[in-house]
Design a protein around this ligand. Structure first.
Ligand code: TYC
Length: 103
């Protein structure tokens, strides 16, 4: 019993030391081939954006090279990246989506 409490205390201290889990920014990259409408649909379908917001983000990626889709815990960000890439490949588009750790 005392041993169990000791283990729990050590785990809690470790958690406090390491702080909250890192968050990851999911970023969409520009290319010359993926249709604009497809990118807008991706932003709506995978990132819950309304048409207007999705259009703004798509145009930002188109003109600046990259744009933020959202910020998520690591496993959710990784799942979204994988889903977007899989969806794009199914439609033969070269769309690239990456995740970056936040400090
Ligand atoms: N540049 C693409 C085009 O002209 C559109 C595009 C926007 C592609 C955003 C990818 O992440 C992207 N059809």
């Amino acid at each position: 019993m005392a041993q169990q409490h000791q283990i729990e205390r050590e785990l809690l201290e470790k958690e406090v030391r390491s702080g909250p889990p890192s968050m990851y920014t999911v970023v969409l990259l520009n290319d010359d081939f993926t249709p604009m409408e497809f990118v807008v649909a991706v932003l709506q379908g995978f990132f819950g954006m309304q048409l207007e917001q999705a259009t703004v983000v798509m145009l930002k990626v188109h003109t600046e090279g990259r744009g933020i889709c959202g910020v998520y815990p690591k496993d959710i960000a990784a799942t979204k990246v994988a889903q977007v890439i899989e969806h794009a490949r199914q439609h033969q588009h070269p769309l690239q989506c990456i995740m970056e750790v936040n400090e």
